[in-house]
Design a protein around this ligand. Sequence first.
Ligand code: NAD
Length: 304
Amino acid sequence: MNSSGREKIGFVGLGAMGRPMARNIAAKGHELTVFDVRAEAMAPLVQAGATAAASLAELARDCDIIFTMLPNSPDVEAVVLGPGGIAEHARRDTLIVDMSTIDPAATDRLASALRDRGLGFVDAPVGRTVTQAEKGESLFMVGARDNDLGRVRGALEAMGTTIHHCGGPGSGIRTKLVNNFLAIATCQLSAEAMALAQAFGLDPKITLDVVNGTTATNGHLKIMWPIKVLSGDTNPGFRIALAHKDLALAMQAASEFGVPAFMGAAAREALSLAKKSGDYGGRDFSALLDLACEQAGVGKVRVK
Ligand code: NAD
């Protein structure tokens, strides 16, 4: 803690994301110490008022809350738990906040190993991109005990505009994986659909106007599911059997026009099976969620 009673902050990993995020912490008047294996990455932060640590050990000894923003699981585990790392040198009650996107199993190992040493752990992976990080408009998916979130909230607010408390440690990184699964898979799906529009010779602007005004651009999650499957109503609506017919027509056209549609073909196969599973063929196509949960052996998703 510094002389004004504020916790001292450490930041490890000053790359594309870490550099602007750390700069925003310094800009909001927090006392900040930084470390990166690339010495040159620390210089702009020193100019912004931060102190460059000579080693992880030095940073760990000096800080109350330590953020890590590193490439992948082995990097975070080495920096936090490895020889000469943060856990070895941190004071009791230091809070380590990992914002990297890593394997949730590694997150669980970190949380448990740090708890055993009397240290706190929060996972707070970041939504949005470098552009928002530069502007201090990041989104955080936080897995934390209430107390620990209270300790880091000020620094998170310095770096971002949106904080979602997803649950205890480990829930932030799992939310991030769900988010990125959807964001990346729909990116591929959108690419296939727009390539088909191009092969058809359609005007892309008009096509975009159409798909942006229907459930096509994932209005499922925002518009239709809340009033259908998520509230327990799977009466049609638009039957799975008809959805299968429409998707099969689109895939037939894609094949005729030589447009590869990997995601579309996989979805057609899933709907083909759904049509034959119990009474699903006659249910609203939002009931694909119920079937996916049934196949995963988990309970149905219902949101009040
Ligand atoms: P980056 O590769 O640009 O930065 C990583 C930084 O960590 C580098 O400066 C590197 O020198 C430093 N580093 C590596 N090993 C280190 C060690 N042992 N000790 C100290 N410093 C070390 O990566 P990034 O784009 O900033 O991403 C960081 C994390 O955030 C990743 O997990 C990424 O998946 C995630 N993420 C990235 C974005 C994005 O748009 N780039 C968005 C959200 C989340």
